[in-house]
Design a protein around this ligand. Sequence first.
Ligand code: C2E
Ligand code: CA
Ligand code: CA
Length: 640
Amino acid sequence: MDFSLTLEIEAALIVVLLLLYSFDEGSTANTGNQRFRFCLYVTLSAITMDVLSVYGIRSIDEIPVWLNMLISSLNYLLASLNSVVIASYLSFQIFEHFPKHFCRKKISIMIYSLYGIVVAAVVVNLFNNCLFSFQNNEYYRGPLNLLGYLVLICEVLMVGLCYLKNSEIASRSMRKAMRSIPYVVCGILIWQLVCRDIMMNGLIAAMVDLILFISFQSRRNNVDYLTNLGNRGAFVEDLAVLCESEKRLHVIMLCLNKFGRVNREFGQKNGDEFLYAAARYLDNISPAARAYRVGSLEFAIICQEDAEASYLCTVADIRERFMKPWEIGGMKSTLSASVSDLYWDGDESDNTQIIERLEYAMCLAKTEGENGWVHFDRRVRKMMERQKSIIEQMREAIADKSFSVYYQPIYCWKDGLFCSAEALARMSDKDGTQIPPSEFIALAESTGMIGELNWIIVEKVCAFIGKHPELGLKGITINMSIRQFMEKGMKDKLDTILNKYGVSHDILKIEITERVISENPVKARAIMESLTEEGVRFYLDDFGMGYSNFASVLSLPFDTIKLDKSLTDKALGTPKERQIFHSLVEMFLKARYSIVAEGAETEEIVEELKRLHVDRIQGYYYSKPLPEDQYIEFMKTDSR
Ligand code: C2E
Ligand code: CA
Ligand code: CA
């Protein structure tokens, strides 16, 4: 057989194989798959046309000229269309995660304009034979015959330049593809120009399709290496495709807790075996379900509810299994797991919203202990919506610095004075109702906004102190979060604000909790020591609320210990609690700490605190936290 034909048939076989692989069982076709398959279909059509046109030219005596002209024209168009769809697929891949990137639109327009030129040339060719012609039973190349290749080279250059310009946003797969495609295309093109009689269009296209397959479509790109389950990318994509089909879905997320324990006990390698076993179990719970490993210790399962076996996909079964031990090669361990799940029945939510909801429910499940389970229902949805709205409002409040500060007076009974106050952040809802600090502060911490929020508070407090020298304030305490405290340049920032408002360092007291210290004790100490030198005092906040590591607390330069309300209440607790409370206070006083008792609400407790020589008292008994104007009023009148 003719060499050209052999090459074309081999190229076609490669493309058919790729097509079969692209219909990989179990994987759902996402936009990328669909585009790739489209490339393959176009390549196959182009090769078929190529073979037909070779046959037509070889049998020029037996075929009417008009038919040969038609076949060759279609062949020219399809060969060029093939390079267009491949170039467009590549540009789609460059901007995979930036679909709105302006370059993406620009390059699409350029690629399709080039194709427009080819189409025009093919039409014009019918009249003036500029590309090719059939005369006297011979095939002639026209002066513009190489236009198709020229367009191909332009496209390669355009995609190449576009890639180079945007290489920082391109994926690893894209880099892989761009390392080979230009060389392969140019190599075969040069070969083609040398051997003008051999047809290599099909070969070029098949080779490029093969590289695209290896780089983007190979199942390995979407498979987790350890468990062989689909990875996070596969989960996101499959969910997107299933959300388009009207099937009812049950999506489950599962997160293994304290898996480090298993690794420590049996070693990393055996730990992997446990993960593998869990993955196999999850992948086999139902024929209608597919499992994914979406994080190192997180799995997801999508059950398609229209299938008959879907009832097997119950969270109860999964949870029950994870409460029992797993046995592998004589090793036995339980793998506790938190679970979240939701039903999707064609509502407006898309794949990213489904994942966001599952992750939110997972956060709640994790707060329920080791084997917690939260089903995303209307109640959870409300909570999530409230949380989102608070975060949104917080972002706005940070942008326009609209947090307010309330001051809660602290009473020094020995001097008979409200010697200081604690500054507390306040934030209002859109309709003016206050959002409890316990709610928004926790969110600010988990989202990382707490640093910015706290600096706004510090600035407002300093402005307030600077503006009201007549109040003779001796101290205002502010609360600092870990993030703010450990921030680079924190001390300089604080100095700048204090200087800006002419506030002396010894007025400002900083309340921090043990958590702040335990995060990085060495750094915490360094910051505390350098600020203490300048006169800033530190209060240990919320003492008695959780686990208290005396040794670390006592070794740091704290000036004052603030007893949490839960501890203060013990002053009037059972005889044993009173005894412990008394001893604790005595110990701190002996160690020359100053003590503030928080949350004193009644006269009895205040009297008891005084009897035990607790220096300062803060609580509703004296005053609730007050807005600026009321605090000024309080200091001018009530405090005397
Ligand atoms: P905290 O630092 O322990 O603040 C004292 C809390 O106890 C305040 O709650 C105060 O209103 C409340 N309290 C005071 N006296 C009494 C009392 O007699 N009875 C009762 N039941 N409660 C009393 P608030 O203002 O709701 O603040 C809650 C927490 O939010 C604060 O606890 C603090 O951890 C945090 N927070 C508030 N403002 C800020 C801030 O600007 N920055 C940071 N990082 N955290 C803040
Ligand atoms: Ca505090
Ligand atoms: Ca406190």
